[in-house]
Design a binder for this molecule. Structure first.
Ligand code: ADP
Length: 550
């Protein structure tokens, strides 16, 4: 059995509704274009940021290390020439020979950059190993330092591993700069392609959204015009229909007329009722298209409210030969705060559909309390289950769409196809979701849970409460309250008005002589057995003769 929970389709322009932003974003002035632009700007910014990070943390240090190794290899080869000269030069001419060699080293050019490679060179000789006067070969030429230059100290090792001294090289960073420059240009060229691609997609999406937005506005405008037209027409239709219904009610009271034209009057009455029902649905729906209705919660005695619903549905169910069962949880609160008009509208629609689409079997209307009361509220589950024709899995997706009716003989005859759309909007207004599970040929189950403030109740252990059967003999020794109070109690019990019943009982309880009576009646009230209480009070009044006026 498929379970469906539907968000209500946009009352106006359901196509446009699909790409709308959440209402809270629209309320603060955010448009889809802004969101798209923000997404793309974030994408571009994070792309540029990660490229920069990759350059700074990975690529550039790697290039620097490569260039440094290159410089060291070069310095090594120049150092070999220095060792050769120190070892094989004539001691008295060694200064001159070394000086000339240093000049040669300092003018060596890098073919890759066409610039000098060695920018500075200094020698420190170990005079214990080289047979020249101390301090005679302290040669130094070129620059001592520069920004990003490589510094390399190469030991000058002669034959037999003798340390002849050390040479300090200051090497040009131009090779590294050329390498980094090439790499940077390549990276920029490639990433610009990616950036251009992103910007093209961004602009295309903006253009698409712009066109969609214009289409949405056009749909909304035409939808509003249609809705307004519908509202005007249906409003105009309601007035004459009410007149027709008024007259049929009058004619129905005229026995002579009914004897002659009964079936005709009944038919006019039924047709007008049906038209009015549909017109009311359309009016409700068109009003919702303009602005969602607001709820007006008020104090509602739940047992009375529920039994009225059952009574209203029972008449239709009986006419169609459908059995209606009601199952109300024993821990239901007695008085809650709810918009009874809207809740009744939803439940009557669900119950009406359940009866309408059931030809064999029955309908179960159940209300139960879920969980405990936190902060004086209760979550109530309203559920309507039928053993009717059911709805197929693909059709389940469409039943909440306005004017959508499934193809069957019943829908062709009755209904506007708006009931579920309106019900769903109302249930959502109550902060809940109308859910459905159904199977063709087996039946349907519609339900929703609403959290309501509890003003009175719950009735403790209502089911366990001993409910007296109709036992007038139990009252033999029980002093009865004054006739007026007894009558008031009976009236309110018949109306299932729990608040009024409690008020009358409080009045009766003021006289301690009637404590036994109140104690006897309480289980009826706690168990919401108002029908039995009413019947018992009626029997009591008949059997006890004229009530004593104590
Ligand atoms: P309608 O006024 O036609 O009943 P609704 O919006 O109340 O409009 O329902 C839409 C359609 O959903 C109905 O026409 C019917 O095909 C299907 N439907 C609703 N309730 C039931 C149900 N209990 N069992 C089977 N089909 C249902």
């Amino acid at each position: 059995m498929a379970v469906h929970s539907h968000r209500p389709p946009a009352a106006a322009g359901s196509v446009a509704g699909r790409w709308q932003l959440p209402p809270w974003l629209e309320r603060i002035g955010v448009r889809p274009h802004t969101v798209i632009s923000l997404i793309f700007l974030t994408l571009i910014a994070s792309f540029v940021l990660s490229l920069t990070r990759y350059w700074n943390n990975t690529l550039e240090p790697r290039l620097y290390a490569t260039a440094e190794t290159q410089a060291q290899i070069l310095a090594q080869s120049q150092a070999a020439a220095l060792v050769e000269t120190i070892e094989h030069g004539q001691p008295e001419r060694l200064h001159r020979q070394l000086y000339d060699l240093m000049q040669e080293i300092l003018i060596v050019k890098d073919p890759a950059t066409d610039g000098r490679i060695v920018l500075g060179l200094s020698l420190q000789i170990d005079y214990d190993s080289v047979p020249v006067p101390r301090g005679s070969l302290e040669l130094k030429d070129g620059i001592a330092d520069c920004e990003r230059c490589f510094h390399t100290t190469i030991p000058l090792i002669g034959q037999g591993g003798v340390l002849l001294g050390v040479a300090d090289f200051v090497l040009s960073p131009r090779y590294f700069e050329a390498l980094a420059g090439d790499m940077r240009s390549k990276l920029i060229a490639e990433s610009s392609m990616a950036l251009i691609l992103m910007v093209v997609v961004w602009i295309t999406m903006l253009a698409m959204f712009h066109r969609l937005h214009r289409a949405k506005l056009a749909i909304e405008a035409s939808d509003k015009a249609k809705t307004r037209f519908m509202a005007n027409v249906t409003h105009e239709l309601r007035t004459p229909l009410n007149a027709i219904l008024g007259y049929t009610q009058l004619y129905k009271q005229d026995e002579d007329l009914m004897a002659r034209h009964g079936p005709g009057v009944q038919s006019i009455d039924r047709s007008a009722e049906h038209l009015l029902l549909m017109i009311n649905d359309i009016l409700d729906f068109s009003r919702m298209g303009e602005a969602l209705p607001s709820l007006h919660p008020k104090e509602v005695a739940l047992p009375g409210f529920l039994s009225t619903l059952v009574e209203m549905t029972e008449v239709r169910a009986r006419l169609r030969g459908v059995r209606l069962d009601s199952r109300f949880g024993a821990t239901l609160p007695a008085v809650v705060q709810v918009d009874d008009k809207r809740l009744r509208q939803v439940l009557l629609n669900l119950l009406g559909n359940a009866v309408k689409f059931t030809q064999d079997g029955g309908v179960v209307f159940a209300v139960e309390r879920l969980g405990g009361t936190d902060g004086g509220t209760a979550t109530l589950r309203f559920s309507v289950r039928d053993s009717g024709i059911g709805i197929g899995p693909t059709e389940l997706d469409t039943i909440f769409i306005p004017f959508r009716q499934l193809d069957n003989a019943i829908t062709r005859a009755e209904g506007s196809g708006l009931g579920l759309t309106i019900s769903q909007q109302l249930v959502r207004l109550m902060g809940s979701e109308l859910k459905v599970e159904s199977e063709p040929g087996v039946g349907s189950h519609f339900w929703f849970d609403v959290e309501v403030p509890v003003l009175a109740g719950p009735a403790p252990a209502a089911e366990a409460a001993p409910v007296p059967a109709q036992a007038p003999e139990a009252t033999h020794d029980m002093p009865l309250p004054p006739a007026a109070l007894l009558e008031a109690l009976s009236d309110q019990a018949q109306r299932h008005n729990v608040l009024a019943v409690r008020k009358v009982l409080a009045e009766i309880e003021r006289d301690p002589a009637h404590a036994a009576f109140v104690e006897y009646v309480q289980p009826y009230v706690r168990g919401y057995r108002f029908r039995q209480l009413g019947e018992w009070l009626a029997t009591l009044r008949q059997t006890s003769g004229p009530p004593d006026d104590r």
